[in-house]
Design a protein around this ligand. Structure first.
Ligand SMILES: [Zn+2]
Ligand SMILES: [Zn+2]
Length: 404
């Protein structure tokens, strides 16, 4: 226990010593918000941070994706045993129009801070054998960058993954919803809307019917299912019967295995609209489906204990959160934790107020406290083989439960 406490003290001192650099890191990302897949500035800025922190970091620019990166260190700790590779994830994409309204600049900061904190703690030890890997995972909001990275093998050598997401409270676990996005295209036939409307096949009518069919379906859905969408193209001019329309819907269910039921119901709505109007319909799922997050009770309880030691308060009944994340997919292949953290605001994610809060000085204390808590949780697991076994067992059990 003494070693663990010593390591936890060391990592806190290291993170505190770097607090100005860490603040400037997240601030630089915040002032230049970049959309998913275009985060070149954030990519370069994060790599600069690691190279300056210690030349011993091995950095891979553009790692498997143009704006992803990998920074790794070790194995350090002096031990000769099997190497444990501890991963920390940094997100850094922003939202169109409202900047860092999800606070991903703070995710980047927390991931970087936790990694350098753990490194300092491991460096003092002679019995451990720990490698630290930071993955820069782009495009969480729009493309599921972690899923592309996973398919390219970026997570294959990681034993554990840690990241944390800004929220309204400190919460060690929220399951999030599985998500898939569907694009629906209707092809009709143009005609003069006043002179020869009977010659046209109205693709806007199909879009409107599809939207209404889905609205009617919603009453019959399970309470936690979500189905919401927009009409992206609704025609070009009132005096032309629209020949082409396009809709985009998001489908969400608590468990990824239930997505196919919701998809079948939604597709029936879309096809019925095509049938009624005589349009042709194309239904595609252009991006990756996001999984729900698997719980890891051992990591969650360690995180809470460490967080409480630093003053975090965990509500008995956390606020409901029906969002989705590509970390869900990661949680099915590597044991990990994705807690949510308070940043000194009651504003809600994806609002302009949240953007402001994510760039504010007062978020710093909470972001660094979260980074320390992540690194302290990693210390518990790397120092204690029994805990590591439990974490792995929780992971297996949670995976098996999902299959049923
Ligand atoms: Zn978001
Ligand atoms: Zn987010």
């Amino acid at each position: 226990m003494e070693t663990r406490q010593q390591m936890k003290d060391t990592l806190q001192r290291r993170i505190d010593a770097l607090k100005d650099e860490l603040h400037s890191l997240s601030r630089d990302i915040w002032v230049r918000p970049e959309l998913g897949g275009e985060e070149t500035h954030a990519h370069d800025r994060l790599l600069r941070f690691f190279s300056q922190e210690d030349p011993a970091w091995t950095v891979h620019r553009h790692y498997k994706l143009p704006t992803a990166f990998r920074a790794s260190w070790g194995p350090g700790g002096g031990g000769g045993g099997p190497v444990l590779n501890v991963g920390f994830l940094c997100e850094y994409d922003a939202l169109p129009g409202i900047g860092h309204a999800c606070g991903h600049n703070l995710i980047a900061e927390a991931g970087a801070a936790a990694a350098v904190g753990l490194k300092a703690a491991v460096q003092e030890q002679t019995e451990l054998s720990v490698k630290i890997t930071v993955l820069g995972t782009p495009a969480e909001e729009n493309k599921g960058g972690k899923i592309d990275l996973m398919e390219a093998g970026a997570f294959a050598d990681l034993d554990l993954v840690f990241m944390a997401h800004p929220f309204q409270q400190d919460v060690s676990f929220l399951p999030c919803l599985a998500l898939d996005a569907v694009t629906v295209k209707y092809h009709g036939k143009a005609s003069h809307a006043a002179a020869y409307p009977w010659e046209g096949v109205n693709a806007l009518d199909a879009a409107v019917l599809a939207y209404n069919n889905v609205s009617v379906l919603r009453q019959q859905m399970k309470p936690q299912w979500r189905l919401h969408g927009i009409i992206k193209h609704g025609g070009v001019k009132p005096n032309i019967i629209p020949a082409y329309t396009e809709l985009e819907f998001y489908l969400r269910t608590p468990l990824v295995k239930d997505l196919c039921d919701l998809k079948a119901k939604a597709e029936a709505c879309f096809r019925a609209a095509a049938e009624a109007t005589g349009c042709q319909v194309e239904i595609t799922y252009p991006s990756h489906a996001y999984h729900n997050i698997l719980p890891n009770a051992t990591l969650a309880s360690l995180y809470e204990n460490n967080g409480k030691a630093l003053g975090m308060q965990f509500p008995e009944q956390p606020n409901d959160f029906s969002g989705s994340t590509d970390f869900g997919n990661v949680s099915f292949v590597v044991p990990g934790i994705h807690p949510f953290f308070y940043i000194c605001t009651d504003a809600l994610n994806h609002t302009e107020e949240y953007t402001e809060a994510a760039g504010a000085e007062k978020a710093q204390l909470y972001t660094l406290r979260t980074a320390k808590t992540l690194a302290m949780t990693a210390v518990d697991v790397v120092c204690c083989p029994d805990l590591l076994r439990q974490v792995r067992e929780d992971f297996e059990v949670a995976n098996r439960k999902q299959e049923k």
